[in-house]
Design a protein around this ligand. Structure first.
Ligand SMILES: [Zn+2]
Length: 114
């Protein structure tokens, strides 16, 4: 089971050939990432059951909290105004939202692939 290579390449957890996402999304154009239903190479169904990706939201939440914590720690020594820090943290939150969405789903399908 190779989780990290599949996370970086976005490939199917079963055959490691087919793409999981048809589009990475673009936050500036408000285009959300789009997933394939099945692997184009082996036919592996990514959403194993209804609500399967609900758990990926928890992964995404954890990633977001970590990223914002790191951002806060880095910014507090450079920026004195707390509202500026909050505004920058909000920008980071928005900019990384689609990245977190994709990585959380890839982690989730790779974690529970047999
Ligand atoms: Zn596959």
């Amino acid at each position: 089971m190779k989780i990290l290579p599949n996370l970086s390449t976005g490939k199917c957890p079963k055959c490691e050939k087919g793409d999981v996402f048809s589009s990475k999304g673009n936050i500036f154009l408000l285009q959300a990432p789009k997933m394939y239903d099945k692997c184009s190479s082996c036919g592996y169904t990514y959403e194993r059951e209804p609500g399967y990706f609900l758990g990926a939201f928890y992964v995404s939440y954890g990633m977001t909290v970590f990223e914002l914590l790191v951002t806060y720690i880095l910014l507090q020594s450079f920026v004195s105004n707390v509202w500026s820090i909050i505004a920058l943290m909000f920008m980071i939150l928005v900019l990384l939202s689609f990245f977190n969405f994709r990585v959380a789903r890839l982690m989730w399908i790779n974690l529970f692939h047999k």
